[in-house]
Design a protein around this ligand. Sequence first.
Ligand code: DUR
Ligand code: ZN
Length: 135
Amino acid sequence: MPQIDDTQLMQLMDAAKASIRHAYMPYSNYPVGAAVLTADNRIIAGVNIENAAYPAGMCAERVALGNAISQGYTQFKAIAVFSPKGEISPCGVCRQFISEFGPDIQILFHWQGQLQQMPIKDLLPFSFSQTQLNA
Ligand SMILES: O=c1ccn([C@H]2C[C@H](O)[C@@H](CO)O2)c(=O)[nH]1
Ligand SMILES: [Zn+2]
């Protein structure tokens, strides 16, 4: 697994924070920013985007990944997620969405007053993947 240096991880979290001002969250008033670090060290951000039809809303993590994929990136080292409200960790749907791109993607998030870092496989063990589809 490629080593990610701490400066890069701090830059990633900073990018997630910086994107917050674009969050569109008129219903929850819970802003979220996310940023992905590509294999070639680019940082691409995304925010939560809500909708009057609530379930149509999108989480910041999936928007960030969608932005990156739309620009041609499919290999990722890490994803940071941030909310100024405090604790946050990727929801179940986002865990599955992130898992698609590899079990070792590192997830950075604030929880219990601490900056946490762990691979997506620890947040979603036994994730359904192409392996099962192709069995
Ligand atoms: O990890 C998370 C958790 C929640 N949200 C969004 C969805 C919704 O817009 C708002 C409240 O759930 O926060 C994210 O973007 N990422
Ligand atoms: Zn989510």
